[in-house]
Design a protein around this ligand. Structure first.
Ligand SMILES: NC(=O)c1ccc[n+]([C@@H]2O[C@H](COP(=O)([O-])OP(=O)(O)OC[C@H]3O[C@@H](n4cnc5c(N)ncnc54)[C@H](O)[C@@H]3O)[C@@H](O)[C@H]2O)c1
Length: 265
């Protein structure tokens, strides 16, 4: 049963929240009492998501925000503080993932730069703008959304390098912000059924057997982990990485298939 008071009185800003994981996080935190600012580079879609939350009796506003643009990020943070009176939680979900470019031929600089700029630098821009406000309330928390791509090779080299960088950024910010009572953590999801996988059912079917828990993730699986790390239940947790991937990176599925074929344990 959802605790509808865990985030009562909290002001929350989520990037990339018009759809997918960001939207599920917005709903989860709002259901637990938060006032959420749904931000996205797609402003009209962010407004639709916020309005659905309001239709459910929850407190939500929307703001267009491109994390690749410093002024846009600073305006969104100011909007959250002005609207809610405080900013207590920042969730960085926006990312860019360019399909793999040919490394052995002629990979364009632009695709690499875009993935790094949105996924890694964008998260940094949001943290930089939000940190003074997060510190002011005495219960600040940042949850960055990484990926198993930052832990192992799953392709998409620029996106993966950016996601790996989030691990370092999370730990460094945690060290800097701890004395101001702001916690910074990272969630690294495996495959999650969102618009990023739309029209790719065959790929999802092919991937499913790699997941020890027998399914790919749903946005709500990630939202639950984010809510935990953002909440007072995680009051003594900072600088950590919580992998939410149905066992994908912990269990060597290929090895087990091999040993079973050879009659092993
Ligand atoms: N879906 C997965 O399988 C999966 C797996 C691991 C990690 N993740 C991570 O989870 C997060 C959310 O992914 P998702 O699957 O929900 O994606 P999604 O495509 O459903 O949603 C991403 C949202 O980010 C927005 N966005 C893109 N560029 C932006 C920018 N410059 N500024 C602000 N918003 C921007 C998009 O408009 C979109 O609404 C991402 O960080 C992604 O890397 C997803």
């Amino acid at each position: 049963m959802t605790d509808t008071t865990r985030f009562a009185g909290y002001g929350v800003l989520i990037t990339g929240a018009a759809r997918g994981i960001g939207a599920a996080v917005a709903r989860r935190l709002a259901e637990e009492g938060a006032r959420v600012l749904v931000t996205d580079v797609d402003g009209p879609e962010a407004e639709k998501t916020a309005s659905k939350l309001r239709e459910s009796g929850l407190t939500a506003r929307a703001s267009a925000c491109d994390v690749a643009d410093r002024a846009s990020v600073e305006a969104a943070v100011a909007h959250a503080v002005d609207t809610f009176g405080s900013l207590d939680v920042l969730v960085n979900s926006a990312a860019s993932c360019t399909p793999d470019t040919p490394l052995f031929e002629d990979g364009p600089d632009e695709a690499w730069a875009r993935d790094l700029d949105v996924t890694l630098t964008g998260t940094y821009r949001c943290c930089r703008a939000a940190l003074p406000h997060l510190a002011a309330g005495g219960r600040g928390a940042i949850v960055n959304i990484g990926s198993v791509n930052g832990l192992q090779d799953f392709g998409n080299h620029a996106y993966s390098a950016a996601k790996a960088g989030l691990g370092s950024l999370t730990r460094t910010l945690a060290g800097h912000a701890a004395s101001r009572a702001v916690r910074v953590n990272l969630v690294t999801p495996g495959t999650v059924r969102t618009s990023a996988w739309e029209g790719r059912e065959a790929e999802l079917d092919a991937i499913r057997p790699l997941y020890p828990l027998g399914r790919v993730g749903e946005p709500e699986d990630i939202a639950a982990a984010v809510a935990f790390l953002a909440s007072r239940d995680a009051a003594w947790i900072t600088g950590t990485t919580l992998t939410v991937d149905g066992g994908l990176t912990a269990v060597n599925t290929g090895f087990h298939v091999g040993t079973r074929q050879r009659g092993g344990a």
